[in-house]
Write a new protein. Structure first.
Length: 95
């Protein structure tokens, strides 16, 4: 059963920008309304500048998400034009 969703930002890092805070909050609310716990990985909300300057932090977050046994599903925040969507990149069912 999926209980916890880990969110990583492997794209631009825009989910850390104030201009999209409403969309991020809406997405988190929808996940919570489905009964899911939401866990942002360390660098997911650091913003565009941080992830551009430190692209290795994107990989660190993804590796950490795979190692974290409390995370049942990994969602990658992706920016498409001006919209934010979540793309499932890994589904790990815990037994």
């Amino acid at each position: 059963m999926i209980k916890t969703v880990g969110i990583v930002s492997l794209s631009s890092g825009i989910i850390g920008e104030s201009t999209v805070k409403h969309e991020v909050n809406l997405g988190v609310k929808r996940l919570r309304d489905l009964g899911l716990e939401v866990k942002f990985l360390e660098h997911a909300q650091k913003g565009v500048g941080c992830l551009a300057d430190h692209p290795e932090s994107r990989a660190q977050d993804l590796i950490q998400a795979f190692k974290d046994s409390s995370i049942d599903m990994i969602l990658c925040a992706i920016v498409e034009m001006i919209l934010i969507g979540c793309c499932l990149i890994c589904l790990r069912m815990m037994s």
